[in-house]
Design a protein around this ligand. Structure first.
Ligand SMILES: Nc1nc2c(ncn2[C@@H]2O[C@H](COP(=O)(O)OP(=O)(O)O)[C@@H](O)[C@H]2O)c(=O)[nH]1
Ligand SMILES: [Mg+2]
Length: 270
């Protein structure tokens, strides 16, 4: 379940927060509200630009620069799945923990992010094979008390429970906050996603499915026909099956696209 109450409660028990975002589209998968909350609570923040394996390295480094220069946030480029950049990430977290504690004690690190950005994958990377469970969690409130801590290489603790940040609006909210089968209008949602992807990569659907057209409803129709998703009665293509497939492939990184870092900042931090 994703709720701000849980996020705030988990944040209350950590010294350093890691915000995981999808480097293919950091602006849609970050949460400025979360970043502000960290500031208010005095929790130090590291932004992880994850899934670096899916984009050109230069673009990823452009996003690191964007976050540092325009947002004043520490950011690292990582592929949790391919274990790229994870050493540098560990080093940065260690440094932040040391800063936060002023030298003494063992710090607690929490991993946060909107659904499907790779929080659990990153937690597993941090745990590695050398971690040991420590429980119960020494925090007080109900939710965090049930979370477990792992002592990891580098000498800090990691909360094993990811903090799921709610996505508040747009097509990313619909696809990340609902299981695919519960999306209210999958066809309309898939059309929105297709439009978004085509803006950044006109050849995306050709590459993934061999579909040449760039008309979103046509793409759904052709995919349904290719896969044999056809109503028996009237021979019409079953568009919602194609829509669900596209939403799933989008979330799984099967549809290739990425957003380039803007030249100007998108948000202003006070
Ligand atoms: N290509 C790629 N996929 C990743 C990476 N990290 C996670 N994933 C995939 O993204 C999906 C969501 O990952 P998960 O850790 O469950 O995300 P969570 O919902 O934030 O905990 C899964 O299919 C992962 O295999 C990565 O670095 N690269
Ligand atoms: Mg998870």
């Amino acid at each position: 379940m994703a709720s701000w109450r849980l996020v705030r409660e988990l944040l209350g028990g950590v010294d350093v927060a890691v915000e995981v975002v999808d480097v293919r589209d950091p602006i849609s998968t970050r949460s400025v509200r979360f970043e502000r909350m960290c500031g208010e609570l005095g929790v130090s923040l590291v932004v992880v630009l994850n899934k670096a394996d899916l984009i050109p390295k230069g673009v990823g480094l452009g996003w690191v620069r964007y976050f540092k220069v325009y947002e004043g946030l520490d950011a690292v480029l990582v592929s949790a799945r391919e274990r790229l950049g994870t050493l540098r990430f560990r080093g940065l977290v260690k440094e932040k923990v040391r800063e936060a504690l002023g030298g003494g004690g063992v710090g607690v690190v929490g991993v946060f992010g909107v659904p499907k950005v790779g929080k659990s994958t990153l937690i597993n990377v941090l745990k590695g094979r050398h971690s040991a469970t420590t429980s119960p969690y020494p925090g007080t409130p109900g939710y965090t008390r049930r979370a477990q801590l792992f002592k990891v290489r580098g000498g800090f603790y990691v909360l094993d429970t990811p903090g799921i940040i709610p996505v508040e609006e747009g097509v990313e909210s619909i696809i990340r906050m609902n299981p695919i089968d519960k999306i209210p209008n999958p066809v309309q949602t898939a059309v929105e996603l297709i439009k978004k992807v085509l803006q950044h990569n006109p050849k995306a659907f050709q590459t993934t499915y061999g579909i040449e057209t760039q008309n979103p409803p046509e793409i759904l129709k052709e995919l349904a026909i290719k896969r044999g998703w056809i109503h028996k009665k009237d021979r019409e293509p079953i568009l919602h099956e194609a829509a669900k497939k596209i939403i799933k492939d989008y979330l799984d990184g099967e549809i290739k696209y990425y957003v380039k870092p803007p030249k100007q900042p998108k948000t202003q931090h006070p």
